[in-house]
Design a protein around this ligand. Structure first.
Ligand SMILES: Cc1cc2nc3c(=O)[nH]c(=O)nc-3n(C[C@H](O)[C@H](O)[C@H](O)COP(=O)(O)OP(=O)(O)OC[C@H]3O[C@@H](n4cnc5c(N)ncnc54)[C@H](O)[C@@H]3O)c2cc1C
Length: 295
């Protein structure tokens, strides 16, 4: 049924690196929810696979000594959603991955697969951008850690070199402490639907909740890869928590994003969504942070 030339099962991360170097044409398979569909459709027919799915060392959520949150790349969406560390410190990530597909996909799909497929609509990605996440990569030279923004090289392309695999996603303590956020996925249906556009906003407010100390606005499907609305963020930092600022965000983000027409939605609809979702996600993030916007 599946046209697979060979499958090599890794027994450890080091073994996966060895297998990837020994079989340079082989593709990694984790949960397989992307890979198996591509094989069945013929787009990866006759491929060699290195399976990492059995590597429990790459599964689970932990708090490091420095209070960074480390999510093993094989951790499934349903695990992330239910995890107490995620719920307490980065709940927006749990909420975002709980919008992936249906229960079966969330049980098998992994955060590593969702980031390594390089897809702009991946539900974890915009929220990981809004959390300034880091990607841990292990390969023949050892471990390197890169900001998620530089991990994405282009549509469907990520910064993985020969023999390398993603071993964890890290959310540094400074990136989540004091931040509150919200993710909105716009799709044509509520379930089993990839995002037409998604927006994740994190804010840090002043002690009196009247000023925006910091803001991060992450998008999916607003450009060929997930992205941040950096120019808007710079303009909005230090502004009042107000309806005026909310409107400013809705206007400014249009200068940051570069959505395209696709069969799923027109560029114009996506521009409208980029503005509207940012405003709504900002409003909810402010509410969660204990602030209030009149109007
Ligand atoms: C019916 C259905 C509905 C879906 N709905 C959604 C949705 O709503 N939102 C959404 O975001 N996604 C959705 N998806 C896509 C999919 O479930 C996710 O992209 C999933 O996270 C992929 O994880 P996986 O472990 O199954 O990856 P796999 O299919 O095993 O791999 C995906 C890609 O990543 C690479 N890879 C995987 N793990 C690693 C690693 N650790 N290091 C290096 N490379 C790696 C593989 O080589 C491959 O290129 C859906 C899929 C299906 C089938």
């Amino acid at each position: 049924m599946f046209d697979i030339k060979a499958i090599y099962e890794a027994s450890s991360v080091e073994d996966a690196v060895r297998l990837l170097l020994e079989h340079p044409e082989a593709k990694i398979i984790a949960g397989g929810s992307d890979v198996l569909i591509k094989i069945r459709e013929g787009r990866m027919a006759g491929c060699e696979l290195v399976s990492i799915y059995g590597l429990d060392e790459m599964r689970g959520v932990t708090m490091t000594e420095d209070k960074d949150i480390r999510i093993g790349s094989l951790t499934s969406f349903s695990h992330i959603y239910a995890d107490p560390i995620i719920r307490k410190h980065v709940p927006v990530l749990g909420e975002a991955v709980n919008m992936v597909g249906g229960p079966q996909i969330r049980a098998i799909g992994t955060i590593g697969g969702n980031t390594c497929n390089g897809v702009t609509s991946a539900d974890s990605a915009s929220t990981l951008f809004a959390y300034d996440a880091l990607i841990e990569i292990t390969g023949p030279e050892g471990v390197r850690v890169v900001p998620i923004e530089s991990f994405y090289l282009g549509a469907g392309r990520v910064d993985l070199r020969a023999g390398e695999l993603e071993t964890a996603v890290i959310i540094p303590k400074a990136s989540y402490t004091g931040y509150h956020g919200h993710y909105i996925k716009y799709g044509m249906r509520n379930a089993m639907e990839i995002a037409t556009t998604g927006c994740s906003v994190n804010v840090k407010l002043s002690r009196d909740k009247k000023t925006i100390r910091d803001i991060r606005i992450g998008y999916g499907v607003a450009a060929p890869v997930p992205m941040r609305a950096k120019k808007t963020e710079v303009e909005v930092r230090g502004k009042d928590v107000s309806e005026e600022t909310e409107k400013l965000i809705g206007k400014l983000v249009l200068e940051d994003v570069t959505p395209r027409d696709s069969w799923r939605a027109s560029k114009d609809l996506r521009l409208h969504l980029c503005s509207t979702l940012a405003v709504r996600a900002f409003r909810e993030a402010v509410r969660r942070a204990g602030g209030e916007i009149d109007g």
